[in-house]
Design a protein around this ligand. Sequence first.
Ligand code: BDR
Ligand code: CA
Length: 303
Amino acid sequence: MRPLLIDCDPGIDDMVALLLACASPEVELLGVSTVAGNVGLEFTTRNALDVLALAGRPDVPVAAGAERPLVVDGLAAHRGAHGDSGLGGARLPSSPAGAVDAHAVPFLAEAIRGASAPVTLVAVGPLTNVALLYALYPEVAASLGRLVVMGGAIGAGNITPAAEFNVWADPEAAYRVLSAPGLSRVVPTTMVGLDVTLRTLIGVAEAARLRSAGGAGAVVADAIAEYVHGAPGDGGVPMHDAVAVAEAVRPGLLECRPCRIEVDHGFGPGRGNTLVDFGGVGASVAVGADYAAVAAFVLGRIV
Ligand code: BDR
Ligand code: CA
């Protein structure tokens, strides 16, 4: 079992990602850290705890991390896509567990240091905690086996024409993790962007199957209920973060190509853009997949 850590901002698709990790025998989920993103930190932390309890893993430690991005806090004005609570229409029982008494950044460092094998870290929210980990614990971060990031896009963004939400939410952090000289070239890093995540969907038929399965599947169906409609041409709800976890669980599930990634952290209209240079090296980016197979893999594990 490969040791796994997830840094997240649940978030409906973060919930699916956590459920997938908990249901995957290939990995051992050592812990979860939370960051402000889809909703505020208090909500992302509570949601992570409740989802882990739903998955039957209330023992997985959760540590709360950054409450705001490194430089510019523009998050609050752009929240809402995941509902007020972060989990859409789902109402989860409140887990009796609370977050551990440590900030996410030293928590991640300790977990990486203490693991019996190189850890895969999957980051599916703004990259604030990971950037702080790289800044404060560079030797520990350098021992990571792999970093898989849900964020960015080769093509168009989803929050501005240039930027995907997680990168847009903290471009300075994304720059440090994906582009800056040093650790971004040392840690094997894979960017799983909108180019693949927007094609891996929970459609009407899949939502119905989740609902009839009951348990965690029905909770996911509740969460996305207001987003999945039967209108012609409506493909469904993207599973963004779960696609990144799927690649961490089954390396090679996605087609990835070597590249170099530049993050625009200037203050113009391109802020948060990820420029992918296929002539460069240092990272890899997901460029394709058998999308139906990836969706079936994820959903097959959570029902
Ligand atoms: C990313 O943004 C968030 O809203 C999702 O949870 C996902 O991590 C997709 O752009
Ligand atoms: Ca997320």
